[in-house]
Design a protein around this ligand. Structure first.
Ligand code: AMP
Ligand code: MG
Length: 426
């Protein structure tokens, strides 16, 4: 139960509140709802290649028809399909069209053909291209052995896009195909949104920096690193804050700093332990909690909300992620991503699951949606998924051996070998 709920009860007010620990899909929905309200940063102009992984701040439209001319897709002869109803047929060659050139003023007439190369404009009069493999040249004529249908091996002008047509809406995340589209319309520079800055705050008395020589009971801070990498993959800028001890004053100071960024991610200190202080300290920043746990494994202890920086009054979203490294990684992927995408200016997207055949039977308990480290293997149509052997949510090495998560719905206690199951790629 959240502090906020407790307060409501203290005041004797009976406002129906959402359950604090939500089923997976509801928790995800809550994040998606909040994601719709966040604002992205300002736009900046960048050289096209620097836009990879970033989000478009402008619409990209076709500057002309695509293709700009009827394009031959094969090497061969531009012909009139009616001339090849009966084959073999002999046609007179009236010229050659190479890519980048055209047969200006020449029209392919009755019984005629023009030699043509892939990527060249199909000359007037012709309505198809017959592949060179089905022809035999004899001096100034060509014998064609196969019929063609009108339009065969020709991409008509403007069939891919008309001039002025929207190709990439603002909010598109730029990958290699999107970069090709922008290049194709002449955008050497594109307008993209500024990177959101994401504060990463690891907590725990036992946590030490990676450079430190850990004492026998200490643990190196791997979460700040995995989260930084995940933030970067998501197209944002990580800001690693110092490790916070399980001490309210230290935590308060660092949370105040983190709330000055665009998003604050905390790890550890959100379970029920005596020194799990994150939730409590956040309430000192007028925190509103949207949920305080999700019915998932790994990653059950988890808080999501919004708090106010004391110094500036600025409101910032935060996630208190579990400290267990695998839980931290999973909860980032399934809950933090949509909010971070919105801060990047990206159009909202859904979590995409793939289906794969299960290699060996999986038994679990019902009640939680599970995201278990797994390995997709095999190739082509024989892809199989198997759980990776792991020691639980602290086992980072097992996670590194996994290339996906096997998703077990909350109502299943057994998945049979050979069954099609849901998989979330990582
Ligand atoms: P907590 O959520 O604080 O109870 O931590 C759960 C487990 O995760 C404990 O075994 C911690 O030592 C471990 N842990 C917490 N934070 C980190 C971190 N930053 N890096 C690696 N392990 C961590
Ligand atoms: Mg801790």
């Amino acid at each position: 139960m959240t502090k906020a709920c407790e307060d409501l009860h203290c005041q004797g007010v009976t406002i129906p509140t959402q359950p604090a620990v939500l089923p997976f899909s509801e928790a995800r929905h809550v994040v998606e709802e909040q994601a719709r309200r966040v604002r992205h940063g300002p736009a900046e102009l960048a050289p096209l290649l620097r836009s990879r992984g970033r989000v478009l701040a402008e619409d990209i439209v076709a500057d002309r028809d695509f293709p700009p001319f009827p394009r031959a897709t094969r090497d061969g002869y531009a012909v009139r399909s009616v001339d090849l109803v009966a084959v073999p047929a002999t046609l007179k060659i009236i010229g050659e069209v190479r890519a980048g050139r055209s047969l200006e003023g020449v029209k392919v007439g009755n019984g005629e053909a023009a030699e043509i190369m892939t990527g060249a404009p199909v000359p007037d009069g012709a309505d198809a291209v017959v592949m060179v493999e089905y022809t035999a040249r004899e001096g100034a004529s060509v014998e064609v052995r196969r019929s063609v249908t009108a339009g065969e091996n020709v991409v008509p002008t403007g069939s891919e896009a008309r001039a002025g047509q929207l190709l990439l809406p603002r909010g598109t995340r730029m990958g290699f195909a999107e970069i090709a589209v922008a290049a194709g319309v002449g955008k050497a520079q594109v307008s993209i949104y500024r990177l959101p800055r994401v504060g990463i705050l690891s907590t725990g008395d036992e946590i030490v920096e990676v450079e430190a020589h850990p004492g026998p009971n200490q643990i190196r801070n791997s979460n700040s690193y995995s989260l930084s990498a995940q933030v970067e993959v998501a197209g944002a800028e990580p800001v690693r804050l110092p490790i916070a001890a399980d001490d309210p004053a230290v935590l308060k100071h660092l949370i105040e700093e983190g709330l000055g960024l665009d998003l604050l991610l905390l790890t550890g200190g959100v379970s029920m332990g005596k020194y799990d202080l994150v939730e409590q300290v956040l309430t000192e920043f007028d925190a509103e909690f949207f949920f305080t746990g999700a019915q998932i494994q790994p990653g059950r202890p988890l808080v999501f909300g919004r708090a106010r920086q004391e110094r500036t009054g600025r409101e910032t979203y935060f996630f208190g992620l579990p400290g267990n490294p695998v839980s931290t990684m999973v909860t980032f992927e399934i809950f933090v991503r949509p909010l971070l995408d919105a801060l990047c200016g990206a159009l909202p997207g859904k979590l995409r699951f793939l289906q794969a055949r299960l290699g060996s039977e999986v038994r679990t308990k019902t009640g939680l949606t599970r995201f278990l480290p797994a390995q997709l293997s095999g190739e082509f149509d024989r892809t199989e998924v198997e759980l990776v052997r792991w020691q639980g949510s602290g086992d980072v090495a097992a996670m590194a051996r996994a290339n996906c998560f096997l998703v077990v719905p909350p109502d299943r206690e057994r998945l049979a070998a050979g069954e099609m199951v849901s998989v979330l790629l990582r």
